[in-house]
Write a protein that binds this ligand. Sequence first.
Ligand SMILES: Nc1nc2c(c(=O)[nH]1)N[C@H]1C(S)=C(S)[C@@H](COP(=O)(O)OP(=O)(O)OC[C@H]3O[C@@H](n4cnc5c(=O)[nH]c(N)nc54)[C@H](O)[C@@H]3O)O[C@H]1N2
Ligand SMILES: Nc1nc2c(c(=O)[nH]1)N[C@H]1C(S)=C(S)[C@@H](COP(=O)(O)OP(=O)(O)OC[C@H]3O[C@@H](n4cnc5c(=O)[nH]c(N)nc54)[C@H](O)[C@@H]3O)O[C@H]1N2
Ligand SMILES: [Mo]
Length: 767
Amino acid sequence: MSDETKRRDHPWSSGGWGSVKAVTRILLQEKVALKDSKILLHQNKPDGYMCVSCSWAKPAQPHPFEFCESGAKATAWDTTAKRVTADFFRVYTVRELLAWHDHDLEEAGRLTEPLRYDAATDRYVPVAWQDAFDEIGRELQALEPNQTVFYTSGRASLESAYMLQLFARLYGTNNLPDSSNMCHESTSVGLKAAIGVGVGTITLDDFEKTDLMFFFGQNVGTNSPRMLHPLQDARKRGVPIITFNPLREPGLIGFRNPQSPVQMLTPGDTQISTQYHQLKTGGDTAAILGICKAVIAADDAAFADGAPRVIDVAFVEEHTTGYDEFARFVRELDWADIEQVSGLKREALEAAAAEYARAHAVIAHYGMGMTQHRMGVQNVRMLCNLLLLRGNIGKPGAGPSPVRGHSNVQGQRTVGITEKPELAPLDKLAGQFSFEPPRDKGMNIVEACEAMIKGVVKAVVNLGGNLVRSVPDRGQTEPAWSRLRLTVNIATKLNRSHLVHGQVSYILPCLSRIEIDRQAGGVQAVSMEDSTGCMHGSRGVAEPASPHIRSEPFILAGLAKAALKDHSTIDWDAWRDDYSRVRQAIAQTYPEIFHDFDARMWTPGGFPRPLPARERKWQTKSGKAEFLVPDELGEDPDMPEREPGALRLMTLRSDSQFNTTIYNHDDRFRGIKGTRMVLLLNRADMAMRGLHQGDRVTLETISDDGIERRVAGFAVVPYDIPPGCAAGYYPECNPLLPLWHYAKESKVPGAKSIPVRVVAVDRMNPL
Ligand SMILES: Nc1nc2c(c(=O)[nH]1)N[C@H]1C(S)=C(S)[C@@H](COP(=O)(O)OP(=O)(O)OC[C@H]3O[C@@H](n4cnc5c(=O)[nH]c(N)nc54)[C@H](O)[C@@H]3O)O[C@H]1N2
Ligand SMILES: Nc1nc2c(c(=O)[nH]1)N[C@H]1C(S)=C(S)[C@@H](COP(=O)(O)OP(=O)(O)OC[C@H]3O[C@@H](n4cnc5c(=O)[nH]c(N)nc54)[C@H](O)[C@@H]3O)O[C@H]1N2
Ligand SMILES: [Mo]
């Protein structure tokens, strides 16, 4: 790889020819045969498979090409012709592989047979499936249940997730963290408290009825590109889109539909954002309060004049609590403070407020820019406050829209993956399966890492994921990982978490959802929940990468049977052979959501889960939707007040990665090529530090906990980013993120506001 940092002219739009080229490139890179590339035509179709990339909704009437560049990359990555066989491990020791880049590990290809770590040779060696199950079962039996953590990355199906949570609870623990602990947990906590459901309330229909959309901290062009279709349709109807993002993200500015030849050939994009506010990182609470202030001021004026009110008074009175206290707090806020914390001018916020006050139905989309902050839950609550002011929850065309990440991350929570016992139907499970589930709180991901560092946790079973890379504080967590007694990784491809292994370690290779899943009971399908709360069936279409790999339900059934022996009334073999038995069990546990599951899972567009908030039924403490008075304007408490050189570092994704999976080293949308080791800085911040483009800097976290956290070799790139803010890529920057720097109420790591300083510059070898 060339380490060059070349900046191209900004392709200020997403899609377009670049996108077609990018798809072709990945198909070639992964040696996907043309006939196999037709697999893409089954993606996100009612009778096909659900994309393994993001969780965006799948329409009932899909486009002929209901996939995007990201989805095509994810598909090519799974259907690659490349394979990791036993020969691979005969050539490379684990120590050698530890020196490989994340990209190269996964690029080696699909895992093809179950493997056990052999300490004598420092290699993974093949093991028979049953032997692996039996040995892991014995290891798990030798531990106290709470010494084991069962992690789920958000890709696993509803069936696998349900099986895993049941396995863990029968085994005796609620240690069931999942990727949402690092992602939208701030939503699960914030929305639940505010409106009684921990998920968004909009569906695709609402795009046709809305007359204004907000985007807070979500990078749609890169991370949920299929969502650009309904956005573009809304824009064609003249619906304004107001965006708040520190960076000018090309995918939020304009869109060329790469699946529409006319648009590709004609110059001129569809404009996406009609207002674009480059706020300071972490400035969302302040910005939203500014909009609320302007709306409430307009309402006060209307009231005084006897004019029609701006606040939806009837809604606020009938459906909410806490408005008066909130309004009082907002009226007293000082514009100067709002401007200072948000980095935005009063006029800009008033312009957003004016659009908001004109619109009758408003959707607020948001992502990691809101949730991954120390004040992440408060950010979500402020967005709810804003929507509640004008009754924008529980009416057509309106509502909060947390754009989820992984394709089934929302669904896993729905079927019981949670460390919080109060969120799982434990009594129901107890009755259904005749056992006494553990009632004590389990560990979320931060707590699991803390316990690993202390040596309290001794075993980790990973259903997907690459925690060694994805969790904070690599300097502390990686060494803890290799002190574990047992690591079990159910995975499609090799990653670093398999190499930083426990004393006893297994890699159990599984089918990708794109592959045909043949079991004793015939070909099986699975299901998942999209970002809008709709459930979809998914049937694989490609031949499995190897005859020796197994499905997730097969592997989980084998592990559960071996570990639980006669402590379980479940016929795991029957579940393994026929997943409709698992769905029957899910329907029994959650009849309101999953009744007639097997029949309804093929409904075009998916079947929706009931969402009380959509009907203005509020399952909150007060029985109403709750306004929240914030603690403060949203400043990160870990940002030093008096260090002029302090930077707020946000860690981002490029379009050539899916989380820790790195497809290549480019970020086409942001115009960065050939390297991910970059630090995006405002020119004024560069000048202040005497930095030039291409200088290599060392960054250090600002904290007083006595731990040095540094990363070196990041090339400086001048960028359109507010002063005092900086950006780098996830997971490269994760060593800088302290484990304790998380959202208070949700423990989501504050990956979008790490306090850092530049401590060293290497100009000897400029780019
Ligand atoms: N291609 C691709 N698709 C993906 C993924 C991927 O890695 N690659 N990952 C999947 C997963 S698991 C997830 S969770 C989603 C993530 O998708 P997003 O929620 O879009 O997450 P990020 O890319 O981390 O960053 C979001 C945006 O927040 C902005 N931002 C940063 N700090 C702030 C702030 O303080 N305020 C505001 N308003 N904005 C801020 C950044 O500039 C960036 O545009 O995408 C999913 N889809
Ligand atoms: N600094 C910083 N850290 C972050 C973030 C950030 O924005 N900044 N984002 C956070 C977020 S939002 C998330 S969701 C987490 C994600 O963190 P993780 O869940 O740990 O990571 P992924 O990269 O999604 O997992 C990739 C691995 O999953 C395996 N895999 C892929 N497909 C399958 C499958 O079908 N089945 C199974 N069993 N395994 C499969 C492959 O082996 C692959 O190597 O990272 C978080 N960490
Ligand atoms: Mo995520």
